[in-house]
Write a protein that binds this ligand. Structure first.
Ligand code: GRF
Length: 195
């Protein structure tokens, strides 16, 4: 089977993208990243992509902070289509998606979120979990829709909350689980298992 062409959209350091690259390099994941796009110039994910020889793109959005304006998102969707992207992988992308991307890639945009959704959507989910005193936290891979972390759930990993955990220690433990879960779910798309 030919490698599935994917694009990664992120705003941060890109540790999930690195986990995807590691899985590809280890022969565990049959995908081909054709583009890494970010809305944050200088984001760490750009350096990772450049080191791996993957084309990068910085999206300029002067008007809004929590979404892209329609024309910017329409242009992005067209660029992804032109690059042959079949699956859009959000990895720490901090804006909501709107109809240009959602309609261009129906059931082909996924995200990873650091909680057991539907619990604790939104920012700093690990802190929300710690403050709520739950015994178990975790992460979720889900399809993206127009809401905040509301799309259909594809897979989850549980992570224990330990006595003495700080926000930082819990977040680090959740990220270890993310780096195992995301490549595993991506492999289901790569193997063309998902309709
Ligand atoms: C992850 O914790 C992910 O769950 C959330 O944003 C973070 C991205 O981290 N959506 P990284 O840039 O992949 O290191």
């Amino acid at each position: 089977m030919s490698p599935l062409p994917i694009a990664i959209l992120g705003s941060g350091k890109g540790s999930n993208f690195q986990a995807i690259l590691t899985a590809i390099q280890a022969g565990r994941l049959n995908v081909r990243p054709v583009l890494v796009a970010t809305d944050v110039s200088g984001a760490g994910i750009l350096d990772l992509a450049a080191s791996a020889g993957i084309p990068t793109m910085v999206i300029s959005e002067p008007k809004f902070r929590t979404r892209l304006s329609t024309d910017v998102e329409t242009a992005l969707a067209q660029q992804l289509k032109d690059a042959g992207v079949e699956l859009l992988v959000l990895a720490g992308y901090m804006r909501l998606l709107k109809s240009p991307l959602l309609e261009a890639f129906p059931r082909r945009i996924i995200n990873i979120h650091p909680s057991l959704l539907p619990a604790f959507p939104g920012l700093e989910a690990w802190k929300q979990a710690l403050e709520a005193g739950v015994p178990t936290a975790g992460c979720t891979v889900h399809f993206v829709d127009g809401g905040m972390d509301t799309g259909e759930i594809l897979a989850q990993s549980e992570v224990p909350v330990l006595a003495g955990d700080t926000a930082a220690s819990l977040h680090a433990r959740i990220q270890v689980a993310e780096h195992e879960l995301y490549p595993r779910v991506l492999a289901r798309f790569a193997d063309r298992e998902l309709p």
